[in-house]
Design a protein around this ligand. Structure first.
Ligand code: TPP
Length: 616
C-alpha cells in the first residue's frame, strides 16, 4: 500500500495530515466520473486510514466500488469481516492500535443492526469510530423497499442515535462533505466515540463536482494543547503542600499519549501510582513506584496504598465508573481528590473533588513538570527489578504445575512466552479478570511501550497504540476481543497479538479467526475452554443464585480451527506449553489457536462485580 510506510508510524489523524496533506490531498474528482463514495474514500485516505472493516450488501455497494478503485491504486481497501459486529470490533482494535479513526461499514437493515453492538461498545469505551451504513434509494423511502432503514422502515438511524456522538442521514449529495467532516471531527475529539452516517445508495452513487475534497483535515482535526494555567498553578500549590501523593492513571488514548509525562510527574513528586484496570497496559508492572491495579480484578496493594491516608490523590484521565473507581469507593471519591481530565463527562463524576483541572492530559502534565522543576529524564534505573508477583492474590496457583492447567498459571505462561512487543486483548468474561490481575509480560526493563517500539523500529517513533493490554470497562460484549485483536493486528502487523477469550465468546464470534487467516495476521487465539459461561457460573455461585444456563457443550476448538487450515494445539497442562514452538508461532504470518482446557473451578477475582450486583 502506497501510504502505509508513512501512516504506520503516525498515530493521530491530524498528525498524519500534517505530513501528507500539506496539500498533497488526493483530488477525488480527478478520476473519471467520481462519485460521492469516492469522496468518502478520499477523506479516509487524507487521514491515512488504510482499511474499512465491513460486510457488503446492495445498499452499500457503491462504497465497495469506490474501495475497489482505491485498492487498485494503493489507497484504503476493505477488510471483509464475517459478521458486522466483528467489523465494528475490528475497527475498534484498529483505532486503539493506530490512534486513528477506525472505520466500519454495513448494508442497510440487518447489516446495520448487526453493526450496532460494536458501535455501542466503542461509544461506551470512548473509541473513535466512523460507521457508514447504507439505505435504499431516497425515492423508495416509505414504499417498503427491501431493508429500508429510515423512519418509515426499521429505523436504524434511530437505533444509532443512542450510541453515537454524531448520527445523521445524508439526504442530498451536497451534504456529504460537511457531514462527513463533522463526523470525523466529532469522533476524534474528546470524549472520543463513534459517528454514524446513513447514506442512501443513490447518494453514494451521485456524481461529485470538480475540486473535491475541499476540506483540509490537518487543521480541523488538530488537537488543541491549551492548558488552564490558573488551575495548574492551584494544583502546584496542592502538590507543594502534600506529604504523600498517590496517582491514579486512567486508560484510553488520552493517558496513552501522556504516559511519559505522567510517569515523570510520579518520579518528580516521588509518588506511588496505581492504574485503573484498562490502564494496566500503559505501564511496566516492575516500576518501583507502581502498586498495581485499582478497581475491577485489581490488587490489594493498590487498595492498601489508597487506604493508607494519602493527603492528595491525583486521578488522571480516569472515567470513575463502576470498574475504574472500585465501585465508587470513598477511598478515592473524597475531598483529597484532584481530577485531571479532558472529558467533561469524566469530571462530572467527581463532584467532591478538591480541584478539577481540565485540559489535554499530556499538556497538563508536561506543564506541571515544568513548574515543579523539570524532572530528570526517566531512566531504566527508575524501573527497579522488583518482581510484581507480590501483588497477586494467589501466587501458589500462579506457579502451580497442576493439570488441568490453572488459569492463573496460564496467565504466567502467556506473560513469559511472548515477546515484549506483544499486544494482549482480553475478552468479556473471566478472561478480563484473569488478565487484569495476573498478566504481567516479562521484564521489559522499560516502562514506555512507545520507546521500546522506537528501538525496534530503528528510531522511528510510533504513536497511538495505548499499551500492551486492551480490555473493556463498560459496555463489554462477549467476542469483542476476537474482532479487536484482528483489527489491532491489521493496524500494526509487525507485532504479535494475543487474544484471550472464553469458549462462550469464541462460540459467539470465533468465526472472525478466518479473517486473520485471510489477512495473514499473527494473532494467537487463546481459548479458555471450560465448557461453560465461566463468569456466569462463578457469579451465580458467589451470589447464591440458581445454577442455571451456564453449561456449554465440550467443543474441540483445535479441530474447528484446523478445518479452516489454521494450526491449533490443545493445552491441558503447563508442560504442554513447553512443547509449543513459540518462536514459530510468533513468526507465522497467520493465526494460531490454543485450545486451553483450563481448571474451570478456579474462582476469578470478580469480587467487585458481585458487590455492585448486590450478591455475595
Ligand atoms: C453479548 C453478551 N452477552 C452476554 C453477556 C453476559 N456475560 C458476561 S461474561 C459471560 C460469560 C462468558 O463466557 P465465556 O466466553 O465462556 O468466558 P469465561 O467467563 O468462561 O471465561 C456472559 C454470558 C455479555 N457480556 N455479552
Amino acid at each position: 500500500m502506497n501510504n502505509s510506510g508513512l501512516s504506520e508510524y503516525v498515530g493521530q489523524g491530524s498528525e498524519l495530515a500534517d505530513e501528507r496533506a500539506g496539500d498533497g490531498r488526493r483530488d477525488a474528482s480527478a478520476q473519471a466520473n467520481p462519485e460521492v463514495a469516492d469522496l468518502i474514500v478520499a477523506y479516509l485516505e487524507q487521514l491515512g486510514i488504510e482499511y474499512v472493516f465491513g460486510v457488503p450488501g446492495g445498499a452499500i455497494e457503491p462504497l465497495y466500488n469506490a474501495l475497489a478503485r482505491s485498492q487498485r491504486r494503493g489507497g484504503p481497501r476493505p477488510v471483509l469481516a464475517r459478521h458486522e459486529s466483528g467489523a465494528a470490533f475490528m475497527a475498534d482494535g484498529y483505532a486503539r492500535e493506530t490512534g486513528k479513526i477506525g472505520v466500519c461499514c454495513a448494508t442497510s437493515g440487518p447489516g446495520a443492526t448487526n453493526l450496532l453492538t460494536g458501535v455501542a461498545c466503542a461509544y461506551d469505551n470512548g473509541v473513535s469510530l466512523l460507521a457508514i451504513t447504507g439505505q435504499p434509494a431516497l425515492p423508495s423511502f416509505g414504499r417498503k423497499a427491501l431493508q429500508e432503514s429510515a423512519c418509515t422502515g426499521v429505523n436504524t438511524l434511530g437505533m444509532f442515535q443512542h450510541c453515537t456522538r454524531y448520527n445523521t442521514l445524508i439526504s442530498h449529495s451536497d451534504q456529504l462533505e460537511n457531514k462527513l467532516v463533522n463526523a470525523l471531527m466529532t469522533a476524534s475529539k474528546s470524549p472520543r466515540g463513534p459517528a454514524h452516517l446513513s447514506v442512501p445508495v443513490d447518494i453514494l452513487r451521485a456524481p461529485i463536482k470538480h475540486g473535491f475534497p475541499s476540506y483540509n483535515l490537518k487543521s480541523l482535526l488538530h488537537r488543541a494543547s491549551l492548558v488552564d494555567e490558573m488551575q495548574i498553578q492551584a494544583l502546584c500549590t496542592e502538590i507543594g503542600r502534600a506529604r504523600r501523593i498517590v496517582i491514579i492513571i486512567g486508560g484510553g488514548h488520552n493517558c496513552g499519549e501522556a504516559i511519559e509525562a505522567i510517569l515523570k510527574l510520579a518520579e518528580l513528586t516521588d509518588s506511588h501510582f496505581v492504574t485503573s484496570p484498562d490502564a494496566k497496559g500503559l505501564v511496566n508492572a516492575r516500576h518501583r513506584l507502581y502498586r498495581g491495579v485499582f478497581g475491577f480484578a485489581g490488587h490489594l496493594s493498590a487498595d492498601a496504598l489508597l487506604q493508607d491516608d494519602p493527603d492528595l490523590i491525583l486521578a488522571i484521565g480516569t472515567s470513575l465508573g463502576e470498574w475504574t473507581s472500585g465501585a465508587w469507593s470513598t477511598t478515592v471519591l473524597n475531598q483529597r481528590l484532584v481530577h485531571i481530565d479532558s472529558s467533561e463527562e469524566h469530571l462530572l463524576r467527581s463532584p467532591m473533588a478538591r480541584l478539577h483541572v481540565r485540559g489535554r492530559i499530556r499538556s497538563v502534565c508536561e506543564r506541571l513538570n515544568e513548574l515543579l522543576g523539570e524532572a530528570t529524564p526517566s531512566t531504566i534505573a527508575n524501573i527497579g527489578l522488583k518482581s510484581p508477583d507480590y501483588m497477586l492474590l494467589e501466587t501458589a496457583k500462579f506457579v502451580s504445575s497442576a493439570t488441568p492447567i490453572k488459569p492463573q498459571r496460564l496467565m504466567r505462561e502467556l506473560s513469559r512466552r511472548f515477546p515484549t512487543s506483544t499486544r494482549f486483548y482480553a475478552d468479556a468474561g473471566n478472561s478480563t479478570a484473569w488478565a487484569i490481575h495476573y498478566l504481567q509480560p516479562r521484564d521489559r526493563r522499560d516502562f514506555r511501550q512507545h520507546d521500546y517500539d522506537a528501538q525496534l523500529n530503528g528510531g522511528m517513533r510510533r504513536k497511538g497504540g495505548a499499551g500492551w493490554l486492551r480490555v473493556l470497562m463498560d459496555f463489554a460484549p462477549m467476542g469483542w476481543a476476537i474482532g479487536a485483536a484482528v483489527g489491532g493486528a491489521r493496524g500494526n502487523p509487525e507485532y504479535p497479538v494475543v487474544c484471550i477469550t472464553g469458549d462462550g465468546s469464541y462460540l459467539m464470534n470465533g468465526q472472525e479467526i478466518s479473517v486473520a487467516a485471510a489477512e495473514k495476521l499473527t494473532v494467537v487465539f487463546v481459548v479458555l475452554n471450560d465448557s461453560s459461561l465461566g463468569m456466569v457460573k462463578h457469579g451465580q455461585r458467589l451470589a447464591g443464585a440458581e445454577p442455571i444456563a451456564f453449561e456449554l457443550p465440550a467443543v474441540d476448538f483445535r479441530l474447528q480451527a484446523e478445518a479452516m487450515g489454521i494450526p491449533a494445539f490443545v493445552i491441558r497442562s503447563p508442560e504442554d506449553m513447553d512443547a509449543l514452538d513459540f518462536d514459530a508461532i510468533v513468526a507465522r504470518k497467520g493465526p494460531t489457536l490454543l485450545d486451553v482446557r483450563i481448571d474451570g473451578e478456579e474462582v476469578p477475582p470478580m469480587g467487585l462485580r458481585m458487590k455492585t450486583l448486590g450478591g455475595a
